[in-house]
Ligand binder design. Structure first.
Ligand SMILES: Nc1ncnc2c1ncn2[C@@H]1O[C@H](COP(=O)(O)OP(=O)(O)O)[C@@H](O)[C@H]1O
Ligand SMILES: [Mg+2]
Length: 254
């Protein structure tokens, strides 16, 4: 479904992403791992149109995404969460999710916020949809709290609910387990699996190896912008180059 071919991005003299290839299909969870600075977030910024590549192709259902604007890519069904949270902290939890769904309703979220005639019914529909999504991530009872008052881990879950409100076909998650405690991470992993089982294609950037190894179907390992290994969890865990470049450091750190 989503295919990246020979993707390359330069920042001045720095090759942040070079010749990267991977694909992710419906029902599948692909993990993108690698040390800090390996180019993982840059790959997400390229796929979502925040940055334009210097080389290579991004294909979604065989349609070329190169050159499209972020809102066009989001409208095609590719949504993401951010490594550094980007919530509207003074809006409520439910309103943050409603923002993610605005394009699915006729009245539009801005009209709805301005209380224009005809918007109330749509507003109600969006609110109910937001509540259903919040229930899925365990935040329904906090729907009317200001988003900024949630603990950090729950703000991450809120970002996922907002991304899902856009009814994506592909979901890109940038370090979703960062700041979550052990129980929250395990619950997140189960939730991600259930999303994949419902037909979503997921790509996950994550440093928490327990989450990655527990949930990924396939893993792509980046180092200095290039793919050093692609494979199943078992293949990656035994790959000497990956252990030297990345997993070994995790082990030493423990
Ligand atoms: N907008 C940018 N301008 C210049 N350099 C950038 C920019 N974004 C990322 N980089 C650099 O590209 C490299 C890859 O960064 P990033 O994709 O954020 O890595 P990761 O997410 O794997 O930690 C880093 O060296 C980073 O400093
Ligand atoms: Mg990053």
């Amino acid at each position: 479904m989503l295919r990246v071919k020979e993707l390359t991005k330069r920042f001045g003299g720095l090759l942040a992403v070079f010749g990267v290839n991977f694909e992710v299909n419906p029902g599948e969870i692909l993990a993108l791992i690698g040390p800090n600075g390996a180019g993982k977030t840059t790959v997400f910024n390229l796929v979502t149109g925040v940055l334009q590549p210097n080389g290579g192709e991004i294909l979604f259902d065989d349609r070329r995404l190169n050159g499209l604007k972020p809102f066009q890519i989001a409208a095609l069904g590719i949504r993401r969460t951010f490594q550094n949270l980007e919530l509207f902290t003074t809006l409520t939890v439910a309103e943050n999710v409603m923002v993610g769904a605005y394009h699915t309703c006729r009245a539009g979220f801005c009209r709805s916020l301005l209380r224009r005639p005809g918007a109330m019914k749509e507003d109600r529909k969006l609110y109910d949809k937001a509540l259903a999504l919040l229930a899925q991530v365990g935040l329904a009872d906090k729907a009317d709290w200001p988003a900024g008052s949630l603990p950090f881990g729950q703000q991450r879950l809120l970002e996922i609910a907002r991304a899902l409100a856009g009814e994506p076909k592909v979901l890109l998650l940038d370090e979703p387990a960062a700041g979550l405690n052990h129980d929250e991470s395990r619950r997140l992993a189960r939730f991600l699996r259930s999303l994949a089982d419902s037909g979503l294609a997921l790509t996950l950037v994550e440093h928490d190896m327990e989450t990655v190894m527990g949930v990924a179907d396939r893993i792509v390992v980046l180092n200095f912008g290039t793919v050093i290994a692609t494979g199943t969890v078992a293949e990656i865990q035994q790959n000497p180059e990956v252990i030297a470049a990345y997993l070994g450091k995790e082990v030493e750190a423990c």
